[in-house]
Design a protein. Structure first.
Length: 179
């Protein structure tokens, strides 16, 4: 899993971001977002956060193939990659990881739907942050992420993100307001 700290999110390279976030950075913030969305939707935030932490672990084997590349390449299914990754681990560990990946991929629970929304919402937030830093080619990521959101809570958070600067909270705090 240490490779996730080294591998960069390649879509941002396509958008012209010279030093994009790592897959691990994306997964960490997606897990926090998943817990927030899930608790707002009435589900188990810990389960959603756990699925979010694992949702891109397969990229240790297949890397982060950008969406344009997926038109031309066919990566192994995530459940097969997870099975390879967990081969040789104790059965309870393999079962835990494969179960979470399967639940996430099949969206068989509220927590999985919220974790999927968190993945898209994190991408939207990152795109907004990159846009604030002067990267002009990120609008397709914002649009596609927004269109993919399913839950009311994720859509409400996305609306807030799109109408508020990413550091506006800090200005409020510094001026004596609430953060």
């Amino acid at each position: 899993m240490g490779l996730l700290k080294r591998f960069k999110r390649t879509g941002w390279l396509v958008a012209g971001v010279r030093d994009p976030e790592s897959i691990a950075e994306h997964s960490f913030r997606a897990a926090i977002i998943a817990s927030v969305i899930t608790v707002l939707e009435g589900g188990n935030p810990e389960r959603a956060a756990f699925m979010s932490l694992l949702h891109d672990t397969q990229e240790t084997r297949v890397t982060d193939i950008p969406y344009i590349g997926k038109r031309y390449l066919q990566a192994a299914p995530n459940d097969k990659v997870t099975a390879d990754q967990t081969r040789g681990t104790p059965e309870p560990v393999a079962h835990m990881m494969s179960g979470a990946v399967e639940e996430y991929e099949e969206k068989t629970s509220l927590e999985a739907v919220c974790a999927c929304d968190a993945d898209k919402l994190e991408c939207l937030i990152q795109a907004v942050e990159y846009r604030e830093q002067g990267h002009q080619n990120v609008q397709p990521w914002i649009d596609s992420s927004l269109a993919a959101l399913k839950t009311k809570s994720a859509k409400r958070i996305a609306d807030e993100v799109l109408t508020t600067g990413s550091l506006e909270w800090m200005t409020r705090v510094l001026n004596g307001g609430e953060g």
